[in-house]
Design a protein around this ligand. Structure first.
Ligand code: EPZ
Length: 421
């Protein structure tokens, strides 16, 4: 199994190119089930999760070619309307095929995603939404089975502006008979880019980018091409890498507009940040002021940046409070950061971080995607070597992270973990 080894203390400098967004390309790939034809998707990140979604579409009957950063998807002979346990257990986002399958083919069977590293991840809002659109939905042997002759438009008010549920219900509603109203919908840029993609396919959607979506169902849609938006979480992670190492780096192929909550907070900590249409320049003067964050839905501070922020606060000159209101138990990284010498007290979904002079390298273990990013950031500043195991988590959401960091001057490499038998 791969591990990543980081030697701390290098000041990062130079330019890094940000990849396309994982959380934008996955629902767009699922949406290709909604119409036969050929789709060219560009600026696609080379990630494990993209390959998993490609295998899922292949198993359903699409022909998926992934070359460099482009996906060529030919949809036309869908014959198997199932997302099997073996795929769903590796990637929860597989559930995104449920809406398109039941809407287009009147039948979809998707393994019920279990919990994740940090706790239960219910999908009740997905199921309730499909039921409101007239689908008959049952749980059979660990699978969600949804059936419908043709879905019918309905009014759906989400209890929580869930990213996944908004995406799934939206993809179901575009081919439903009549009008669907989704209230309290998610506004994340990844959902807005899905709305834009569906509109390009011929869907009738009003309220794009807002929490109130009105969808007029259509008979058919058409295959189209698309370029995937940049990954705001990868951007945020590299901004922290630059700041935490006292560095001076420029991000290119990014979209600063999507990062305003993160950029504002970084400025509050003392970082100097300039922005352009598709670039961000961060310069750190090594002073890191303690700044509290509370995670929220977009445009608030993203939960996917919470672990990375905690590392920054672990060497700030004072104490800060980090609250996660989206995933209240998303703190599996705390124990590992404490192994590196961080001073963190956790009480339910609130962490108090007392800044320390320095962290010290040690062997640590990744538990999930963003937690592993935080361990790499910690390794960049820790004295000596940090050995990070189970890095398969990071390959799910960061493209060649160690190579990109090396280009910025980090001392980092990947090797095989020595298994002690
Ligand atoms: C998406 O997950 C992202 N994943 C997550 O990123 C991200 O953390 C999350 O949105 C929040 O921004 C993808 O886009 C593939 P939600 P999702 O439904 O859709 C509760 C990463 O690191 N909820 O918006 O699963 C849920 O428990 C990943 O890239 C229900 O109760 O998140 C949570 O508390 C991790 N019932 C809240 O809503 C439901 O049916 C938000 O979840 C659905 C959600």
């Amino acid at each position: 199994m791969d591990r990543i080894v980081v030697t701390g203390g290098k000041r990062l400098q130079g330019t890094v190119h940000i990849s396309g967004a994982k959380n934008a390309v996955l629902p767009i790939m699922a949406a290709t089930l909604l119409a036969d034809g050929t789709y060219n998707l560009d600026n696609v990140p080379v990630l494990k999760d993209v390959k998993t979604m490609a295998s899922l579409l292949d198993s359903i009957g699409s022909d998926v070619q992934f070359e460099n950063h482009s996906l060529l998807i030919k949809t036309g002979s869908s014959h198997n309307f199932e997302a099997p346990y073996d795929l769903v257990k590796t990637m929860r986002a597989s559930i995104y095929v449920l809406g398109p399958l039941v809407s287009r083919f009147g039948y979809g069977k998707v393994s019920l995603p279990g919990g994740c590293a940090w706790g239960p991840r219910p999908v009740n809002l997905h199921i309730e939404g499909l039921k409101k659109l007239g689908a008959k939905v049952e749980i059979q042997n660990g699978y969600i089975v949804a059936k419908a002759k043709r879905l019918k438009g309905a009014k759906i008010t989400l209890d929580i502006p869930s990213v996944g549920a908004t995406g799934n219900i939206l993809m179901a509603a575009v081919l439903a008979k009549g009008t669907t109203l989704i209230e309290n919908a998610a506004k994340e840029p990844e959902i807005t880019s899905l709305e834009m993609f569906l509109k390009k396919m011929g869907a009738e959607i009003n309220g794009i980018g807002t929490e109130r979506l009105e969808i007029e169902g259509v008979e058919t849609l058409e295959a189209v091409d698309e370029a995937i938006i940049s990954d705001r979480i990868e951007s945020g992670t590299f901004l922290i890498a630059g700041h935490i190492t006292g560095g001076d780096i420029r991000l290119e192929k990014t979209q600063p507009l999507f990062l305003s909550s993160i950029i504002n907070k970084l400025r509050d900590t003392g970082a100097e940040i300039e922005e352009g249409p598709d670039w961000i320049h961060i310069k750190s003067n090594e002073q890191i002021h303690p700044i509290d964050v509370t995670t929220a839905v977009y445009p608030g501070f993203p939960t996917d940046m919470q672990a990375q922020w905690m590392v920054l606060m672990s060497i700030a000159n004072g104490s800060s409070i980090i609250t996660d209101n989206i995933f209240e138990d998303r703190f599996t990284h705390v124990a590992e950061l404490k192994r590196l010498g961080a001073n963190i007290t956790l009480d339910h979904n609130v962490a108090v971080v007392k800044g320390v002079q320095y962290l010290s390298g040690a062997p640590v273990m990744s538990t999930d995607l963003r937690a592993s990013a935080s361990l790499i950031l910690a390794g960049l500043i820790a004295k000596g070597k940090t050995h990070i195991s189970r890095v398969y988590h990071i390959d799910r959401g960061y493209e060649r992270i160690e190579e990109k960091l090396k280009l910025l001057g980090a001392e980092i490499y990947r090797d095989q973990e020595q298994l002690i038998v």
